[in-house]
Design a protein around this ligand. Structure first.
Ligand SMILES: [Zn+2]
Length: 249
């Protein structure tokens, strides 16, 4: 749970998802991460800040306990929280390096980061997107190891973005958008979000219902029960168009 360890992880992660605050990733792609974990992939989350203070939480300790419980529910291999400041998160050289160090340590095959702005909600989300994009690039830059505690370079093969927020449905029209089926893990996702009792007490059950409704709507459009939207920065490659379109008999 700290950023002080500088040695490379013994076994690389398959997937590293990046949020600004503990609960961002669960709300956006908790079902996808739980499904990946079920499929046997090594999945991790890094939160750039501890997300505190917030109105109803007693402080960082409570939020960290909730984050650990959510990670357990999703079946994550690892979760880390960086010490960048909540509410004052800015895309800076230091923030990029801090995240790039995590990427160099865990050497993921896929990095998942926030897509786009979240108007009327925390501006940290937009900053987190910029930091994530930059850190993916920084992780592979040679002749710069001294900036990363001597950690070796790591080229991230693939990156996707995930929309965060209830007004982001329009991103479905974005080039590269696709839906991840979370029918089998929708309940796990909702349980992971509910683990944040300080953020979503019963009085805020409305948020849970919107998260669920969004998953059902996305799934319904694609002919399944529940889904989460992901966006590939580049066009997706298909090796078998019928399989990709799920029309194989
Ligand atoms: Zn957030």
């Amino acid at each position: 749970m700290s950023e002080s360890t500088v040695s490379v992880a013994e076994i690389p992660l398959d997937v590293l998802a990046v949020g600004a605050h503990p609960d961002d990733v669960e709300i956006a792609i908790g079902g996808t991460l739980a499904r990946m974990a079920k499929q046997g992939y090594r999945v991790g989350i890094v939160d750039l800040t501890d997300g505190e203070p917030t109105p109803l939480s007693s402080g960082p300790e409570e939020r960290m306990r909730e984050a650990a419980e959510a990670a357990r529910i999703l079946g994550l291999t690892t979760r880390e929280t960086l010490t960048l400041p909540n509410r004052r998160l800015f895309d800076s050289f230091e923030a990029r390096v801090a995240l790039a160090k995590v990427i160099r340590r865990h050497r993921p095959r896929l990095v998942m980061g926030i897509a786009g702005k979240t108007p009327m909600a925390s501006p940290d989300h937009w900053q987190a997107m910029q930091i994530t994009d930059a850190a993916v690039f920084y992780a592979r830059l040679t002749k710069w190891d001294h900036e990363f505690d001597g950690l070796p370079v790591h080229t991230v093969p693939k990156q996707v973005w995930f929309p965060l927020g209830f007004e982001q449905q329009h991103l479905a029209d974005t080039a590269g958008a696709f839906v991840s089926d979370i029918t089998e893990t929708l309940e796990q996702k909702l349980a992971a979000v509910r683990a944040y009792k300080s953020q979503f007490p019963l009085a805020k059950d409305r948020v849970l219902r919107i998260v669920e409704a969004q998953a059902l709507a996305l799934g319904g459009v694609c002919g399944t029960l529940a889904g989460e939207m992901l966006i590939s920065p580049k066009p997706l490659l298909s090796m078998d168009v019928l399989k990709t379109l799920h029309v194989v008999s």
